[in-house]
Design a protein around this ligand. Structure first.
Ligand code: PLP
Length: 363
């Protein structure tokens, strides 16, 4: 089976016997069934990163990072996480027999935390982390110092912290560019911007090796965490930290500028721009992905599509363009938000004759 190590020439060197495999990468790129038509597009595709082993694209990062730890005989992985990086690291550390200790964003979804705990990670939620820029900076600073003292790398999924692991995320772009058809646009959701930057850098790196058309890479952020998208859209060169993140979307609450400036430079180079979406629009597209396409994603996984919808409204894409929206994480990651956003009924048990009359009423 093809996995991320297929691209090992473009990845950090890891001896074969240290390469961890849990089924990461080689995710499906499927054509939209009805949302494309709804938006008047003939070539809309979804890249299903929710199908990675722990339910998000962060597995591509963790697979590389933890394999490197293993190859160096390290026994501890110390990390910060808004949920998905932690779950991914916890899983690969479990597979490698490495102790995984995680400082988690305040308010991260319970289901993400339980997942980390079942993999055996040590979990600590820090008050204000991910919400307040000062606290967030302090947590990163503390772990950076502690990691340095222990001579271990800090696996924050951003190039500004962990270039090696992010090379794993670039494989998303390689998989897209390897397809027979060429693509005009890739829409990426962004918190700190590492994912968007990995996709843009992946496109550039692949284009240096093979004669392919390079798509425009766009960065989509919720308005409550607009550190990059607005600046990119307005042709500014610098991302801006915000005092507090107010989006409800787990995974995209990153008030600090991690890879922001580099995202702006790379997206601009590839002709991409920024899109800002509000949380309610995102929940609407999350529901439509489930109901119209059969794709169950967490809110962050619907952000790229919400950004594309804005691009369609603004006539910034053409009807015949081939477009990829990244679906970055699984719906199972955040069942609480499903509960609170969609008003789904709590079931009361009924008897058999009630069941029968309900089914008859549908016919
Ligand atoms: C981490 C994450 C993102 C955003 O990635 P950044 O590198 O912070 O921009 C998007 N979606 C999901 C599901 C994530 O876990």
């Amino acid at each position: 089976m093809k996995n991320i190590w297929h691209y090992n020439k473009l990845l950090p060197a890891v001896p074969e016997n240290s390469r961890l495999l849990l089924g990461e990468g080689n995710t499906p790129l499927i054509k939209a069934k009805t949302i494309g038509k709804m938006l008047g597009l003939t070539g809309l595709y979804f890249k299903l990163e929710n199908l990675n082993p722990t339910g998000s694209y962060k597995d591509r990062f963790a697979a590389i990072f933890v394999s490197i730890l293993k190859s160096r005989n390290q026994h501890l992985c110390l990390a910060t996480s808004s949920g998905n990086t932690g779950a991914a690291l916890a899983a690969y550390c479990a597979a490698a027999g490495i102790n995984c200790t995680l400082a988690i964003v305040d308010g991260a979804p319970q289901s993400k935390i339980k997942q980390m705990q079942l993999y055996g990670a040590h979990t600590y939620m820090v008050k204000g982390f991910g919400k307040d820029a000062v606290v967030t900076e302090e947590v990163f600073g503390l772990l950076k110092r502690m990691a340095r003292a222990m001579q271990i790398a800090l696996p924050v999924s951003a190039f500004s912290y962990c270039d090696e692991g992010m090379k794993g995320v670039q494989t998303i772009a390689y998989e897209i560019l390897e397809q027979e058809n060429s693509f005009d646009h890739i829409f990426c959701p962004a918190g700190g911007g590492g994912l968007t930057l990995a996709v843009a850098r992946g496109c550039i790196a692949y284009g240096e090796c093979y004669p392919v058309k390079i798509p425009k890479v766009h960065c989509v952020q919720p308005e409550g965490n607009d550190t990059i998208a607005g600046a990119l859209r307005n042709h500014r060169h610098q991302a801006n930290a915000i005092a507090a993140s107010t989006t409800l979307i787990s995974g995209l609450q990153v008030p600090n500028v991690l890879d922001g400036d580099a995202v702006i430079a790379s997206c601009t180079k590839l002709g991409g721009t920024g899109y800002i979406v509000n949380d309610q629009e995102v929940f609407k597209w999350q529901r439509l992905l489930a109901q119209q396409e059969g794709i169950f994603c967490e809110p962050a996984g619907a952000v790229a599509l919400a950004g594309l919808a804005n691009a369609v409204t603004g006539r910034e894409v053409s009807a015949k363009d081939n477009i990829v929206c990244l679906v970055t994480g699984s719906g199972f990651k955040d069942m609480l938000s499903v509960d609170s956003n969609f008003g789904l009924p709590d079931l009361q048990s009924i008897n058999i004759s009630q069941l029968e009359s309900n089914i008859r009423a549908l016919q």
